[in-house]
Design a binder for this molecule. Structure first.
Ligand code: FPP
Ligand code: MG
Length: 298
């Protein structure tokens, strides 16, 4: 079924009739297609469902192309990013093309689906702006961070699940909640993996978030438990290219105070809620997707 979505995206790209766009799209690493999996598991594989998944994946791909420009990233999923190989201008325009084509196709699926997905893109963009703002200086504003995380990552998963429910006449609310919880937990685990996983597994340098300015939950929790002097040291490392010793200091402090366990428990709680919700609806496959996220290693 995922193949049908890949073919649909390829068809949409071919319709653009531009060899350069086709070439760049072919070279883009695909990722886990998590949004597609949610949509197909909720709604089956009718043409409208496949089209919805294709548009959501194109929007997601567009947002990452733009995000890599904004973050000045050199790699995406272990490959050289488009901004790094082709330049920022091209990366932005390819993103614009994928995004606009997806919107054009969305309008012929259903007005309700188009509304839900386009609203998520507004949230996505607001979330990215908030992320950039929050990264400018060290902060411990958990509420602002969680709101940003919802907007930036969970909104499109929430919309994917809701759109799928709309297409097959299932109740929207539980699927929305499921998508949102999964999305927030997904990003929380992403933030943890940035600290715990090695750079080869991640496809980007480890501790990259903090170097980029992103004060994710583990850093906030660490700050809370540190003594004054160590707090000042942690803040001094924010937005700094870290030496091996500095990186080790952060990792050891995280270990000493069980920060990773605490952060992980928070993500797990959301995932367990999502599992419970789907089991109450008899949606075994969807609860399995959530279960797999608990074990996620990259
Ligand atoms: C990755 O975050 C970024 C996102 C999930 C969303 C980016 C959204 C935009 C750029 C808004 C504009 C989009 C469109 C289509 C108009 P990250 O940098 O924390 O994660 P990473 O490690 O994967 O880069
Ligand atoms: Mg990024």
């Amino acid at each position: 079924m995922i193949n049908a979505v890949e073919r649909k995206i390829e068809q949409y790209i071919a319709e653009l009739d531009d060899r350069y766009v086709s070439l760049l799209y072919r070279n883009l690493p695909h990722g886990k297609r998590l949004r597609t999996k949610l949509i197909l598991k909720i709604a089956g594989s009718d043409l409208k469902v496949v089209k919805t998944a294709a548009t959501v994946e194109m929007i997601h791909a567009a947002s990452l192309l733009h995000d890599d420009v904004i973050d000045d990233a050199n790699t995406r999923r272990g490959k050289v990013s488009v901004n790094a190989s082709e330049g920022n201008k091209t990366a932005i325009m390819i993103g614009d093309i994928l995004y606009s084509k997806a919107f054009f196709e969305l309008t012929s699926i259903s007005p309700e689906v188009a509304k839900v997905v386009s609203n998520a893109v507004v949230q996505l963009s607001l979330g990215e702006l908030a992320d950039v703002e929050l990264s400018k200086k060290f902060h411990t504003n958990r509420d602002a961070y969680l709101k940003m995380l919802y907007q930036k990552t969970a909104s499109l998963m929430e919309a994917s699940a809701e759109a799928a429910a709309i297409l097959v006449g299932k109740p929207r609310e539980p699927y929305r909640t499921y998508g949102r919880s999964l999305g927030i937990a997904f990003q929380m685990i992403d933030d943890i993996l940035d600290i715990t996983a090695d750079s080869q597994t991640l496809g980007k340098p480890a501790l990259h978030d903090f170097v980029e300015g992103k004060v994710t939950l583990p850093y906030m929790y660490l700050y809370e438990v540190l003594a004054e002097e160590d707090r000042a040291y942690l803040v001094s490392l924010h937005r700094k290219r870290l030496s091996a010793d500095e990186a080790l200091w952060i990792k050891s402090a995280m270990k000493k105070f069980n920060i990773i366990e605490k952060s992980y428990a928070e993500a797990k709680e959301l995932i367990l809620e999502a599992i419970e919700l789907m089991e109450s609806l008899g949606e075994k496959d969807l609860s399995n997707i959530a279960k797999a996220m608990i074990e996620r290693e990259f």
